[in-house]
Write a protein that binds this ligand. Structure first.
Ligand SMILES: Nc1ncnc2c1ncn2[C@@H]1O[C@H](COP(=O)(O)OP(=O)(O)O)[C@@H](O)[C@H]1O
Ligand SMILES: [Mg+2]
Length: 475
């Protein structure tokens, strides 16, 4: 604790005026400033006003004795640092010990030896000065440490708030980025759906329109071919009767009969009518398939024969299957299992078949072309026959599985997981849109709660569709 007033000189406290005088004189002679007090009480009072640098304190005094005075000094934080030297008679060994134990730093014995007193006073003043310097330095050090600690704490705080700020900033950037990429994906999906819906309904309307227009005239022809066959038969029978009963008609009739080669005509006409019948049957089948395929707009779930859907899609693709881009027609292998009717959105499911099958044909054509370029039309190409295999089966009470395999070039492993991404295509600009697989995936997984996966075969690619055969109508 620091004294507020600068301590000065030496205070001598003694009830004996002779002692006071002797001591004062010795010390003044040596150049010290000296003050005196004749009892404990007045000494304490004086110390309050003029704190000395050192106190010489007599032990035996009337009223407050030296010990008590010293105790009071030591218990007051303002005065506890002032060094006290007791003055005792030579014989008082116990006094000396007691004095030292309550805080005195030394003692001098009576009668006083001038040199000894001066020497002790000097030493203690020196010690006192050194102690004070030390204390001051200590204080300064403590202050400095405190300042540094404060500065460090401020720095740490500033650092922490900077880190927090940084963190918040990073979080906000991450959030924004996520929001933006979410928004982008949503927009892309919406765009994909719009384009696809547009395409679906346009194609559906076109196919449905054609099917409808062809249906009536075909039925008309088909229905009349029966009558035409009957009439022809009647006419030919009649003609034979004429020949039988009038074997020698006039020359005009005979010439005409030879000109039209009547026997060939009579033989060929029924065959011709029969093949017309086959033709109209085929057209009726096609119309039916077109109608099945064109259920694109049907919004509700229906009980559907999956095989009809696949077949009608294959029929639509028939010209591509038989085109000569692949040098030989694509071999279609069907391994149809026994399937229950499946509750589904038939138009959308047909669209999935269409997307997968036309990709497979694209892949087969691509392989055929590269064969041509690499090898020319030689052995290794003739080994390879483009093939599309469709396998269907019930995998349990609730699910059906459709596998569509091709022996085309296959999908590289690195691209397998990208196939279902919107706009992912490996085809030339204008040929591929990259939408088919992403739409198909959405139709199967979201509309039908099924799965659509793609895997590489040893030779070619396999798409696997699994859907439950019952759809929740509320979806
Ligand atoms: N059967 C397949 N064999 C090889 N690659 C295929 C097959 N099916 C799809 N792919 C690959 O998946 C890509 C995406 O197909 P899709 O979404 O239908 O878009 P697009 O046919 O317009 O390219 C195709 O570009 C092709 O690289
Ligand atoms: Mg495609």
């Amino acid at each position: 604790m620091r004294l507020e007033k600068e301590p000065q000189g030496i205070l001598i406290v003694d009830d004996n005026p002779t002692n006071l005088e002797v001591l004062s004189e010795s010390l003044i002679q040596e150049g010290f400033q000296v003050a005196v007090a004749i009892d404990g009480e007045s000494a304490l009072e004086q110390i309050n006003y003029h704190p000395p640098e050192l106190i010489l304190l007599d032990v035996m005094m009337p009223g407050m004795d030296g010990f008590e005075t010293c105790q009071q000094l030591k218990s007051n934080p303002d005065t506890c640092d002032i060094p006290v030297i007791f003055m005792t008679a030579l014989s008082d060994a116990q006094n000396k010990v007691q004095g030292l134990s309550i805080g005195a730093i030394d003692y001098i014995t009576k009668p006083f030896q001038h040199e000894e007193v001066v020497a002790r006073v000097r030493i203690h003043l020196q010690v006192r000065t050194l102690t004070r310097t030390l204390q001051q330095q200590n204080h300064q050090l403590k202050d400095e440490i405190e300042q540094r600690q404060n500065a460090e704490a401020q720095l740490r705080q500033a650092n922490e708030s900077l880190e927090n700020l940084n963190h918040q900033l990073e979080e906000r950037v991450a959030e924004r980025t996520k929001d933006l990429s979410d928004a982008l994906r949503t927009v892309q999906r919406a765009q994909v759906q719009l384009i696809q819906q547009e395409k679906l309904s346009a194609l559906g309307q076109l196919v449905a329109g054609i099917a409808h227009e062809i249906n009536n005239p075909v039925n008309f022809i088909h229905g009349n071919i029966d009558h035409a066959s009957g009439y022809t038969e009647d006419l030919l029978t009649l003609f034979k009767l004429y020949e039988q009963y009038y074997p020698n008609p006039v020359s005009h009739i005979q010439n005409k009969r030879e000109e039209i080669d009547i026997s060939f005509l009579a033989e060929d006409l029924p065959k011709l009518l029969a093949s017309m019948q086959v033709g109209t049957d085929r057209i009726r089948d096609i119309v039916l398939s077109l109608r099945i395929f064109s259920r694109l707009d049907e919004a509700e779930v229906k009980d559907v024969n999956i095989h009809e859907g696949i077949d009608s899609t294959l029929l639509i693709l028939n010209s591509r299957i038989n085109s000569l881009i692949t040098a030989v027609p694509i071999n279609i292998v069907k391994e149809y299992g026994k399937l229950p009717k499946v509750k589904c959105y038939p138009g959308q499911l047909n669209q999935v078949f269409m997307n997968i099958l036309s990709n497979a044909i694209d892949a087969l054509e691509e392989k055929a072309e590269s064969h041509c370029q690499n090898d020319g039309p030689n052995d290794s190409q003739s080994d390879w026959i483009p093939e599309l295999k469709i396998i269907t089966k019930s995998i349990d009470q609730e699910n059906v599985n459709i596998l569509i395999q091709d022996n085309g070039p296959g999908v590289p492993d690195s691209l397998l997981e990208k196939i279902f991404d919107p706009f992912f295509t490996t085809k030339a600009v204008g040929k591929g849109t990259g939408l088919g697989m992403s739409i198909s995936h959405e139709i199967i997984s979201e509309k039908h709660h099924g799965t659509l996966t793609c895997k590489r075969l040893e030779e070619g690619t396999e798409f696997s569709i699994t859907i439950p055969n019952f759809q929740d109508v509320n979806d």
